[in-house]
Design a binder for this molecule. Structure first.
Ligand code: 5GP
Length: 145
């Protein structure tokens, strides 16, 4: 079962952390990296991943590293809210493929919601233009520092 397996150091987010794959970053320190989801479910869909741990999911995350990581998740969620002023904000994560997880390095999704706008599908559809993601990231970054 994908809920219990070895960490794959070649997963997409590990490659992004190593700089082997590009990403549109909004925040980074020694604890976490936040970047725009390339298949955004709404404008401003941001992912926050922990650094220096090989955690596939929430269950794997060493508890002594959790507090600092969750602090970054909240910091980025606040930045997204301040920058984009949505009506609501979904903060979520999935554990194991049957639960909807598609990339096996722990991450929280921050998904802004507007009352009048529908939500795109999860990890599907057309890849967003980098220029469009950069435009939104430029708004979020000053609030995430
Ligand atoms: P999960 O399905 O594991 O909860 O979430 C993985 C997320 O990563 C999905 O929302 C998907 O759109 C996003 N994603 C997949 N590949 C890439 C990529 O190469 N770069 C970025 N920035 N996001 C990705």
């Amino acid at each position: 079962m994908t809920l219990h397996a070895d960490y794959d150091p070649d997963n997409i987010f590990a490659k992004i952390l190593r700089g082997d794959m590009p990403s549109v970053k909004v925040f980074e320190d020694d604890i976490a990296l936040a970047f725009m989801d390339v298949f955004p479910q709404s404008d401003g869909h941001t992912l926050v991943i922990p650094k220096q741990v090989q955690a596939r999911n929430f269950l794997d995350m060493p508890s002594e590293a959790l507090g600092a990581y969750m602090d970054r998740v909240q910091n980025v969620a606040r930045a997204v809210e301040k920058a984009l002023q949505p009506d609501g904000l979904v903060v979520t994560q999935f554990n194991g493929a049957p639960a909807g997880q598609t990339v096996f390095h722990l991450h929280f999704h921050i998904i802004p919601r507007w009352e009048s706008r529908s939500l795109a599908g999860h990890a599907s559809g057309q890849m967003a233009e980098i220029g469009y993601l950069e435009e939104i990231a430029n708004k979020i970054r000053p609030f995430a520092e």
